[in-house]
Design a protein around this ligand. Structure first.
Ligand code: ADP
Length: 329
């Protein structure tokens, strides 16, 4: 009978909130009308006594009436003022509960998605490595076939390694923001190396670089490499075949600017801040079919924050996204 409550967890919340608000309004109204009733009854009683004493003046013009009236007015204002204050507090409280509740539900859904994608991402390369090893064990293969299988298995192991690295890095960046090195790092070399690593991608996406040589910066080498890898990997994952990605690194009046542009599916305005949240993945059909954990951009954003940098996400023209990271000089 109460199944509808389980389908939408907010239903019960709205029912209870509505009840609380209606109840408050009702009590406010009741209190105001009781105050009015008490006032009229007192006036009536006093008038009878007053007229019985043979007074000729209208009771409404006497001091006694004016005192009663001003007390009644004071109480009316008090009921209205306190009632309003209480109502506003209730509304603010309910809004806060609604927002915390919403965030919890969103986080729970994202964690479920994360568990689902991580299980899949761990299982498929493991099965593939297992299959390669079993094939090598069972069959007599020539060196060429063997080499191919070993290469496939190695590719899967590298994929697994980068997945585990990302998870460990996300845990570290969340737990310990002070644990990052502050060594002089050649950013230009890192960007070129990472771009080169992805040039031979399955999607036939070309990667162009425009990197100023010899840009050094005090940062964490592993962290910066992970940031560049995540941005380029995403640019490839969320693009159609045979499009292009451009990666640039420049020093502009002391500040360092890294930009990754793609011609991919793009990110709608409503999702532009959400994509940096932990475990968040856009639910559109285009991006859902790709593999991922929703940790990449979370890592990028946290890393940029740790080094007091800025991150901007804008639309590329005619399609795609531009991620621009600026680190202060
Ligand atoms: P993952 O790629 O593992 O899903 P990320 O945190 O790296 O996680 O990205 C979060 C989401 O943002 C992705 O699931 C995808 O929907 C979207 N996204 C990230 N980069 C891009 C991009 N370059 N183009 C389009 N969508 C992107």
């Amino acid at each position: 009978m109460f199944k509808f409550l389980g389908r939408n967890p907010f239903v019960l919340f709205y029912i209870v909130s509505g009840y609380i608000l209606v109840f408050t309004l009702w009590w406010g109204y009741l209190l105001a009308s009781k105050n009015e009733q008490a006032f009229s009854e007192k006036v009536e009683l006093n008038r009878v006594a007053y007229e019985a004493q043979g007074n000729k003046m209208k009771y409404e013009d006497t001091d006694s009436y004016l005192k009663l009236f001003s007390k009644y007015e004071r109480q009316k204002v008090m009921i209205l003022g306190e009632g309003l204050f209480f109502l506003i507090l209730q509304i603010l409280g309910l809004l806060q509960v609604r927002s915390i509740f919403g965030k919890e539900i969103e986080l729970a859904a994202q964690q479920r998605n994360f568990l689902h994608s991580i299980t899949h991402e761990l299982k498929s390369p493991l099965s593939s490595v297992k299959l390669s090893l079993e094939t090598m064990l069972k069959r007599q293969l020539n060196p060429e076939q063997q080499g191919k299988l070993i290469n496939n298995a190695l590719g899967d192991v590298v994929r697994l390694e980068s997945l585990v690295d990302n998870i460990l890095f996300a845990a570290k960046i969340e737990r310990d923001t002070h644990g990052f090195a502050n060594e002089e790092v050649n950013l230009s070399d890192i960007v070129e190396l990472v771009a080169a690593k992805f040039r031979d991608n399955k999607n036939g996406i070309s990667i162009q670089t425009d990197v100023e040589e010899g840009i050094y910066y005090h940062t964490d080498q592993v962290g910066f490499t992970s940031v560049v890898m995540n941005l380029i990997e995403n640019a490839i994952k969320y693009s159609r075949q045979d499009t292009a990605i451009s990666v640039s690194l420049h020093q502009i009046s002391g500040a360092i600017r890294l930009e990754v542009r793609d011609e991919g599916y793009g990110i709608p305005d409503t999702e532009k801040t959400k994509v940096f949240e932990k475990f968040y993945r856009i639910g559109s059909e285009d991006t859902r079919k790709t593999k991922g954990t929703g940790l990449g951009l979370f890592i990028v954003k946290r890393f940029v924050e740790i080094y007091k940098g800025k991150i901007e996400l804008t639309d590329n023209s005619p399609a795609g996204s531009i991620f621009s990271l600026t680190f202060p000089g």
